[in-house]
Ligand binder design. Sequence first.
Ligand code: UDP
Length: 479
Amino acid sequence: NEYTHKPHVAFLASPGMGHITPLYELAVSLVTQHSFQVSFLVITTASTLAQSEYLNSNPHPELHIVDLPPADMSGLVSDDMTAVARLCIIVQESIRPLRSIISGFKGPKLKALVIDIFCTGVFEVCNDLSIPVYSFFTASAVLFTFSLYLPVLDREVEGEFMDLPGPVKVPGCNPIRIHDLPDVQARNRNMDHDYQWYLFHVSRLNMATGIFVNTWDDLEPVSLKAVKHEPFFLNVPTPPVYPIGPLIKQIDPVVTKYEKEIIAWLDKQPKDSVLYVAFGSGGTLTSEQLAELAWGLELSQQRFIMVVRKPNDNVAAAFFNVGCEPDDPRTYLPDGFMERTKGVGLVVSSWAPQVAMLSHPSTGAFLSYCGWNSTLESVKHGVPMIGWPMYAEQRMNATILSNEVGVAVKMPVVGDKGETVVVQRDEIKRVVQMVMEGEEGTNIRSRVKELEASGRATLSRGGSSYETLARVAESWKLG
Ligand code: UDP
């Protein structure tokens, strides 16, 4: 694609659809609504099929995809490494040539570089090159405020956070139950590489010129109020915070035969009748839990589409190989399950066109792991949720969605001591029926429809998220 004279910003996202999607959608908004051109830097190491299909569907001539050269990772990462540490090392190695890549850009000098939370290693180079860096925090505002507070907690708390006597109270925010803290934050923090990496990056957040968050007031009023107008959140100078959500994948290309079959199946089902079940780009259930889930769905007698992966005891086992070859789910689902549920249920292996499914009129609810992008996709399409958190900050998300926002019912996957418990088939059947047919389902459905309308309004001209981005874009043009 040819560069033009339009104002130019660059983006850098760490691997994983959860980071790439919101940054890419922000880039699209800048190109289509605010007359920018964007260079979108892609870390090609650990790139997945899902990622390249999504980026290659790029229909915007002013959005230039720039592949970073693959980094030499020999001896640096291994399959038994934890996900965040591995991701951070890949980013660290991949951005080594950043200075020469940015300096070699054709087109006008960059007005800004937008990064996600795991790319804070760019600050020094951009400082040298006088390019302001904006961070896009792609998860919830609840996790954002907690993350700003984490360096304080880290200094003040001795021992593990999970042994704290009461909830974590981030100033101005609702208390967070200890059980809802992300696993890596709660346990073994001095030993845990994921925790140390996360702390490193969030400690550097205030080096950014501004921070975008993928949320809006009606969804997370309390956390946003705490940071939005506070130049000194927690007595530390904090960059301005810009809520610009909900930015979700606009186009979900349904191209393969396999994807078309899923949508064709949905086309044949009655309105709001199908429960969509999925555990995200990385989530995997244990064999025992997967069997109970399958039985629970069967007993509920509801229509469903379930995305399954080979069971694994590591909850985020699939993070680095999503979108790979589908396998045969018969080998790990209960005997005869697929035959008995034929017509009522559809089992999809590995990866599904989620946004296309959530926007389909037949989809009535989403049994969701509560990843933030998935949550926004569900809310934006008016689909109520059953919260089944798996890893990262998903427990926090599930709690706010059910207790504060009122768009989800939680599946009881967390035990009294914060441990993950195996939910039994009868319980699954009960919750599924309650949401698909019961009064609780009606309530959360009407609440999510209100938020769907609010999400549309905030992104339209005159709406808060639209105008917030417009103001930043204007300041870049003048800068
Ligand atoms: N996704 C998808 N198909 C799948 C699983 C995930 O299209 O089978 C997409 C989903 O729509 C979302 C992203 O991948 O945009 C996952 O991001 P999220 O923040 O929900 O969770 P993560 O998987 O990154 O923890």
